[in-house]
Write a protein that binds this ligand. Structure first.
Ligand code: TRP
Length: 319
């Protein structure tokens, strides 16, 4: 049994890319390991300066995860800002973190090049992330490829701390399953909110239909034989209806099977796939304050764990 930890920045409506790229891994890991999953709302402050938006996004992310099957009886699910030790540890770690290490971080450069304002918080974002991870002595950190460097920076920061004060932290490994390939969006590029090509988990059925029917394809005639691999409709179908995918592949290869028909089949499979998640959400909403209760209980467990690390760290540094 390993200690697993991961966080997401609550940034609005989650989509199938988030589901297949992250949520699904979190859910399968919770069955075998001791998992800590949290909403990185302090990290979101680097980009969101509207309190209502932040609060809504945080709730939305929490209810999405619970609806998809994250189980608060198995995993510890909490909100980062409910455990103030994170910022304390981040400060302490920042005092052993070389500037050069952060200057090499890709995400800071990517984000500022997209117009996000270059605040000190954005620059030191990886130090807070290191604190999140080291606090819980995590062995494995399931993340997307874009976060791999942050986990490496975390290990470097831990080693700097060890050099100054002695062994204290587990050195974490990133966990990036091979099959978490890029999930294609409706335009064929990687599904991402910033490309406006997503299939949201909680879209109205009419919206979903419009998006699926709008999937970009080549202009092959219905009669032509088509290659299923690399075709967005097929790639998405394979994710939501893996057991039926070979059938669709056969039809594409045989010819006489058009993209319009394939899209209709995809829409049906997608709706079948999402329905239980929609229903779970409805049942959670009927339970009044359930989401908040889950987060409060998670925070209590997380704080107890964080306190162990902080007691040691404070003693080591002399405060
Ligand atoms: N930076 C991560 C992201 O944008 C979110 C995150 C914050 C995180 N702290 C973390 C992920 C700790 C894993 C572990 O997706």
């Amino acid at each position: 049994m390993k200690r697993v930890l991961s966080g997401i920045q609550p940034s609005g409506d989650l989509h199938l890319g988030n589901y297949f790229g992250a949520i699904r891994q979190w859910i399968s890991l919770q069955e075998k390991h001791e998992c800590f999953y949290f909403l990185a709302d302090l990290h979101s402050l680097t980009t969101v300066h509207d309190p209502e938006v932040l609060e809504r996004n945080t709730y939305e992310a929490a209810i999405t995860y619970l609806s998809c099957g994250l189980d608060p009886d198995t995993a510890v699910i909490f909100r980062q800002s409910d455990v103030p030790f994170h910022t304390e540890l981040a400060w302490i770690l920042s005092t052993v973190t070389p500037m050069g290490l952060l200057e090499r971080a890709h995400s800071y450069k990517d984000k500022t090049s997209k117009g996000i304002s270059p605040s000190v918080g954005l620059f030191t974002y990886p130090v807070l992330m290191a604190a999140d991870i080291l606090m819980y002595q995590a062995d494995l950190v399931p993340v997307g490829k874009d976060q791999k460097q942050h986990v490496e920076i975390t290990r470097d920061i831990a080693e700097k701390f060890h050099l100054a004060y002695g062994e204290s932290f587990v050195l974490p490994e990133p966990y990036i399953p091979e099959e978490v390939a890029v999930i294609p969006g409706t335009d064929g590029q990687k599904m991402s909110k910033s490309y406006n090509n997503t299939l949201p988990i909680f879209a109205e059925e009419a919206v979903l239909k419009k998006k699926v029917m709008g999937i970009v394809t080549d202009s092959a005639e219905v009669s032509e034989k088509k290659k299923p691999e690399g075709n967005t409709i097929y790639e998405l179908y394979k994710l939501v209806a893996p057991e039926k995918a070979p059938e669709m592949a056969k039809k594409f290869k045989a010819g006489g099977y058009g993209y319009g028909e394939a899209k209709k089949e995809l829409l049906e499979a997608l709706t079948d796939f999402l329905k239980p998640i929609w229903e779970k959400r409805k049942s959670i909403e009927l339970r009044g304050n359930f989401v908040e209760e889950v987060l409060q209980e998670g925070a209590r467990k997380a704080r107890a764990e964080a306190e162990k690390t902080m007691r040691k760290v404070r003693e080591l540094v002399g405060i």
